[in-house]
Design a protein around this ligand. Structure first.
Ligand code: PGA
Length: 247
C-alpha cells in the first residue's frame, strides 16, 4: 500500500476567476488528520494565483505538464524548476491526452519524468491502454512497457519514489470506468513490476471516477487513490470522492 492520494486534473477548463473560486472552496474544507493528501492540477496560466490561495493549505499543487529540458531556448515550455518556484509539489507526466494528442512518446515521457525529479517535483506517471489494445489482450504488456521506458532511463529506485496512475484510455472522459477487478488486475501487475521496493509506491486509478464508483475502486488492495478529471471541477463532487479514499 502506498500513501493515499486524491488528485484533481482540471485539464484546460476555467477562467482565472473560476479557478480561484474552486481552489478557495476546496480550501475551506477541514480535512481530517488521516485524510488522503489532496492535489489539484489547475491550468498552467492559473498556477500562481491558485498557489497564493493555497498558501499554508494542506492541499498540494501540481502542474499538468513539464518540459523535459531544464532551461534554455524552448519557446512555450515551462521547466520543473519554474513549477517548483510557483509552489508546485507534483506534476503529471505521460497523461494519455499528451501521449495521443500531443504525440509524446514513451521516451519523451521518461525524459519529462527525469526532469521533474531533478527539479525536486514528484512526478505522477500516467499509463494505460487503448480499447483496441485491451481487446487484443495487450493491456498488461502496454502498461509494463510504458513503465519500463521510465525505468530504463532513470532506474527502478527513482520510479518507486514517484506516483503511478493507471488510466485506461477508453475510460477517460467517457463515463465508462474500469471495473474494480479490471483496475485491480493492472494495479497488481504494476506492483509486481516494481518489486519488493515498490510495495509502498502510491498507485492511483483514473478514468471517469465519480462519487458512485469511487468507493469500490478505492477498496481494491493495490489502489491507493484516484486521479479525477471531470468530477474534480466541482468542489462538492470532488470532496465527496476524496472522502472515499481509504487512509
Ligand atoms: P476523467 O479524467 O475523470 O474526466 O475521466 C481523468 C483523467 O484524465 O485524469
Amino acid at each position: 500500500m502506498g500513501k493515499p492520494l486524491i488528485a484533481g486534473n482540471w485539464k484546460m477548463h476555467g477562467t482565472a476567476e473560476s479557478a480561484l473560486t474552486l481552489a478557495a472552496q476546496l480550501n475551506q474544507y477541514r480535512f481530517q488528520e488521516n485524510a488522503a493528501e489532496m492535489i489539484i492540477f489547475p491550468p498552467l496560466v492559473h498556477i500562481s494565483a491558485v498557489s497564493a490561495v493555497l498558501a499554508d493549505s494542506s492541499i498540494a499543487l501540481g502542474a499538468q505538464n513539464v518540459s523535459q529540458y531544464s532551461n534554455g531556448a524552448y519557446t512555450g515550455e515551462v521547466s520543473g524548476e519554474m513549477l517548483l518556484d510557483q509552489g508546485c509539489k507534483y506534476v503529471l507526466v505521460g497523461h494519455s491526452e499528451r501521449r495521443a494528442v500531443m504525440g509524446e512518446s514513451s521516451q519523451v515521457v521518461a525524459e519529462k519524468f527525469r526532469a521533474a525529479q531533478n527539479a525536486g517535483l514528484i512526478p505522477i506517471l500516467c499509463v494505460g491502454e487503448t480499447l483496441e489494445q485491451r481487446h487484443a489482450g495487450k493491456t498488461l504488456e502496454v502498461v509494463a512497457k510504458q513503465i519500463d521506458a521510465v525505468i530504463d532511463l532513470v532506474g527502478l529506485n527513482k520510479v518507486i519514489q514517484a506516483v503511478i496512475a493507471y488510466e485506461p484510455v477508453w475510460a477517460i472522459g467517457t463515463g465508462e470506468t474500469a471495473s474494480p477487478q479490471q483496475a485491480q488486475q493492472v494495479h497488481s501487475a504494476i506492483r509486481t513490476q516494481l518489486g519488493e521496493a515498490g510495495q509502498a509506491t502510491t498507485l492511483l486509478y483514473g478514468g471517469s471516477v465519480n462519487a458512485s464508483n469511487a468507493a469500490e475502486l478505492f477498496e481494491q488492495l493495490d489502489i491507493d487513490g484516484g486521479l479525477v478529471g471531470g468530477a474534480s471541477l466541482e468542489a462538492d463532487k470532488f470532496l465527496k470522492i476524496a472522502q472515499l479514499v481509504e487512509a
